[in-house]
Design a protein around this ligand. Structure first.
Ligand SMILES: NC(=O)c1ccc[n+]([C@@H]2O[C@H](COP(=O)([O-])OP(=O)(O)OC[C@H]3O[C@@H](n4cnc5c(N)ncnc54)[C@H](O)[C@@H]3O)[C@@H](O)[C@H]2O)c1
Length: 442
């Protein structure tokens, strides 16, 4: 199939409203970081959209501009934040509680901006997140009323902040495990299920549906089912609204999607991969509930199967044992520690081991991904690209893909896809790395 014509990109004029569902560790770290960067008090390290370059043209041309200099992204100054959360704390109080950023160095200088972000009442039901039960909630007896309430909030936020465009991102807790079912097949069933308060309609689906109805791109930072259902995929593509998800690829899974392609590239076998984590933030507390953990576990486990392709390499990966554990351990707060033990098999079947101990900071890794997803989802919207944005797989543990396609998990294939999509958007040639068209005099 020929490559589609370059899209017409409408300009990024005016304000970009960013609504986060959840005003916890990730979203407050994002909001504070954007505010600090705006004021020149911090660098947006980890953000490809802000710091990344992209080669355009041939290697001999020496052109590697900053992505944001050649791709018409919204600027950080354009962004205005809003949020929902069942706890009434403003972003300053919530960030203080999360304990990710240093109080004096990084919270006090932007305290006023953070205090201005006060969460709207959440469409929340503790059935879906067992360990939480905050008071700042909408009436939870009717899903229809929750949906309408979210749409009203969006409209009010848009008017009060004079937003030209908006993006919504799920930075809320991980909901219990749900699979696509009868309620998620088409719009009639979905609408009926909302009216019937069907338990398979989770709050995250109501936020996503409200966003799509309002023409607002939706990105899902958690592993919840949310927009990954036939009904919302179709609704998004029919109405030309970008969607993407699921689950920010930040720590252990990021490493997996770099190491596993290396083993496969070298045809090294993997007998076992044992991953364990300790973390002590609210996310860790929520994931301590078996039903929320199951959602996360599925998301973390899927990666290796797809990368290693045991069906193609049964001798190397056919009997691999893969285990993932997450343990809630309060003393560490947001500073997660992820251990991996990998049992590798080499020439003639000789065993080797690799151990990785990643002492990371969960929200410090997640915030730049959230920023990029905001900016790129808005870009996709301005390009008229509706439905699943597979080129944003780079950011996710469980990338959403069209039915019938397998997800691409290898980080560097994902990066190539992302950059080639940007090149296509701005009318630059695709880079295939074939390299046979160079004629360099020796
Ligand atoms: N930090 C990371 O590295 C990382 C990586 C991948 C995924 N995630 C996911 O991102 C999400 C956010 O992580 P976090 O560390 O900020 O968690 P957090 O617990 O600090 O914040 C989540 C917030 O969402 C709120 N919330 C829950 N249900 C809600 C609802 N229905 N409506 C509105 N708000 C709701 C909670 O009250 C909480 O304040 C989690 O699902 C987590 O699993 C985080």
């Amino acid at each position: 199939m020929p490559i589609p014509d370059q899209p017409i990109i409408s300009p990024a004029t005016g304000k970009l409203g960013v609504l986060t569902v959840g005003l916890g560790a990730v979203s407050t770290t994002l909001i504070a970081g954007v505010e600090l960067a705006r004021q020149g008090l911090g660098e947006p390290i980890g953000s490809l959209a802000q710091m990344g370059t992209m080669r355009v043209g041939k290697r001999t041309e020496g052109r590697s501009p900053l992505i944001r200099d050649v791709v018409p992204l919204a600027t950080l100054d354009d962004i205005v934040f809003g949020a929902w959360d069942p706890y009434p704390d403003d972003a300053y109080t919530s960030a203080t509680r999360a304990g990710v950023l240093e109080q004096t160095k990084h919270l006090e200088p932007v305290a006023e901006a953070l205090r201005a972000v006060r969460p709207m009442a959440a469409a929340f039901d503790p059935h879906y997140v067992k360990r939480l039960d905050g008071p700042n909630v909408k009436d939870k007896t009717s899903k229809r009323a929750m949906l309408e309430g979210i749409r009203e909030d969006i409209g009010r936020f848009r008017d009060e902040n004079l937003c030209d465009r908006m993006v919504m991102m799920w930075c809320g807790s991980t909901e219990i495990f749900l699979e696509p079912g009868a309620a998620h097949t088409d719009i009639e069933s979905f609408e009926k299920a909302i009216d019937a308060n069907d338990p398979t309609i989770a709050p995250s689906m109501l936020y996503a549906y409200a966003a799509l109805q309002e023409g607002i791109p939706f990105a899902n930072g958690a592993p919840n089912l949310t927009v990954d259902t036939p009904v919302l995929r179709k609704f998004a593509s029919d109405n030309k609204v970008p969607i993407s998800g699921k689950d920010f690829k930040t720590g252990q899974t990021l490493l997996k999607t770099v190491l596993a392609p290396m083993f496969k590239a070298r045809m090294l076998g993997v007998a076992g991969w044992y991953s364990t984590n300790i973390l002590g933030n609210r996310d860790g507390e929520v994931l301590d509930d078996p039903e929320s953990f199951k959602t996360k576990e599925e998301s973390k486990l899927g990666v290796l199967e797809h990368i290693l392709q045991p069906e193609l390499y049964p001798q190397l990966y056919g009997d691999m044992y893969h285990k993932v554990r997450i343990n809630y351990y309060p003393p560490r707060g947001d500073n997660k520690e992820g251990w991996d033990n990998i049992d590798i098999v080499g020439w003639l079947g000789y065993p080797m081991q690799m151990k990785v101990d990643f002492l990371c900071r969960d929200s410090i890794l997640a915030a730049p991904l959230a920023l990029d997803l905001v900016l790129f989802s808005d870009l996709a919207n301005r390009c008229g690209m509706g439905g699943i944005q597979e080129w944003l797989s780079f950011y996710y543990k469980s990338p959403q893909v069209l039915p019938g396609l397998y997800p691409e998990h290898d980080l560097f294939i994902q990066l190539t896809k992302l950059k080639n999509t940007l090149r296509w958007m701005i009318g630059e040639e695709q880079i295939t790395h074939l390299g046979l068209d160079y004629e360099i005099e020796g």
